[in-house]
Design a protein around this ligand. Sequence first.
Ligand SMILES: Cc1cc2nc3c(=O)[nH]c(=O)nc-3n(C[C@H](O)[C@H](O)[C@H](O)COP(=O)(O)OP(=O)(O)OC[C@H]3O[C@@H](n4cnc5c(N)ncnc54)[C@H](O)[C@@H]3O)c2cc1C
Length: 480
Amino acid sequence: MEHIIIIGSGMAGLTAGALLAEKGKKVTILEKNWLPGGCSSSYPRKHYVFESGATTLVGLDEKMPLRYVLDKTGIKIPAEKLTIPMKVYLKNGTEITRYHEIEAWIEEAEKIFGVKNQRPFWEKCFDISKAVWEISLQQTTFPPSSLGDLWGLVKNFRPFQLLYARYAFMSVQQLLEKYDLHQNADFMAFVNEQLLITAQNAAAEVNMLFGATALCYTNFGNYYVPGGLLNMVQPFVDYIAQKGGETKLRTEVQKVVPQENGYLVQTPSETYHCDKVLFAIPINDALEMFDNEVVRSKFQKKLLSSEQLNGAFTMGAVFHRQTDFECIHHQIHLEKTLLYTGSHSIFVSTSRANDLLRCNANEIVINISTHVPNPAHTIIEDKSLVEAEIFDILEKRELFYRKDLIFHHSSTPKSWKKWTSRKWGFVGGYPQYMHIKPWQMIDARLDSKGAFICGDSTYPGQGIPGVALSGIVAVEKMNL
Ligand SMILES: Cc1cc2nc3c(=O)[nH]c(=O)nc-3n(C[C@H](O)[C@H](O)[C@H](O)COP(=O)(O)OP(=O)(O)OC[C@H]3O[C@@H](n4cnc5c(N)ncnc54)[C@H](O)[C@@H]3O)c2cc1C
């Protein structure tokens, strides 16, 4: 039986692992951490459960990547659909509800930002975003790097796909200009901060294909997993085990050496032989451990530097519950930028009121995150000063008060480096850049034999559904 080793148990590696196990392959996932899931997982601390990174979850609707994997494997995850996906608070205090239904959302956008051209802008974005998800699952050998891939593209070609190709050349900024929305300062701030959390970059750098999916993130089904995202991850681990595979925790891969016949994967205590290897970690880290000079020099020019990437400052806190929030995700725009990070917004997610797996009934767990640009060089000298600013912001927005605080802790890119081993502690994936067209993204095929890569440096900036898609693409390209 063909043996495939996957390095990393984030949602990219787990998606690929589940699909390979379903195909009857022997799957071994090697994970350096003591918990699976990487940036989309949960961890216990002081009897509370915090999310490690991701807090919002989409991708479970028809024609979306997680739905595809769940349908294919029969894996079930305990996801609850949210009625209101998100609230956004502008600098001036205006509260915006990001309704799930597109009509309700357009009405809200017109109310807040004025009627001029909001409708055509959002209708265009919604139309593109639906098409992008649909095409992504049709064209799973994209970008092509073999004859087999090309054949896959031709076989799955549908004429309507051509209609959307032109949006790869247009930035969100250009569409905003087309609709004369670029001079509306409040709207531009709204768009840029929303793009940052989904596409990891601002309007001028994000092409319309990715920008539309990023901006319409809340118009797809948004879900909550009781007990935390570890309960989305664990069913994948269990499924792989049921099929005879294994996820080995606390097993850090140090080197991968190509052989005549397969690969040697070295950890401090053991060396494994496999037929194929899938790096489910960022390309920056993969190249450092892959002992293949040809592959290194081929991909070197595609690596993004720390200056082009982001880390994160994250904070977990528990409060005495004073109110039941109708919405659990809040993006708060800041009146002044945050210390050290220069952030213009923070993102706050809470546990649901009835989620007793994460805290007691009279308590609420919250996760807060914000981007840290250039993680190799942005030093957060005193975490407590950032925490204090964040508590001030929460009080000002009347969300949470220090008097109700039970416990809190925070993490910087250094902690992320320790938790996930990602170079410089960069997270959120490769940001969108206009000079990188979709067909120039990092290919899942690293060499012509059996080394592949997936994860958020290959399908940039769309979080969990993006990395699930990258896992699907890697498996498809294995031609099994
Ligand atoms: C603060 C924050 C907030 C986010 N918010 C959202 C959100 O709300 N919604 C959303 O969809 N996405 C969000 N994201 C993005 C999303 O979480 C990630 O893009 C996605 O989870 C990355 O998955 P991955 O499998 O590519 O990589 P990772 O999750 O990084 O997984 C890689 C795994 O490989 C392991 N590993 C690394 N090196 C080795 C090695 N040498 N040997 C063995 N194992 C190794 C790591 O420990 C890790 O478990 C957020 C990310 C962060 C950090």
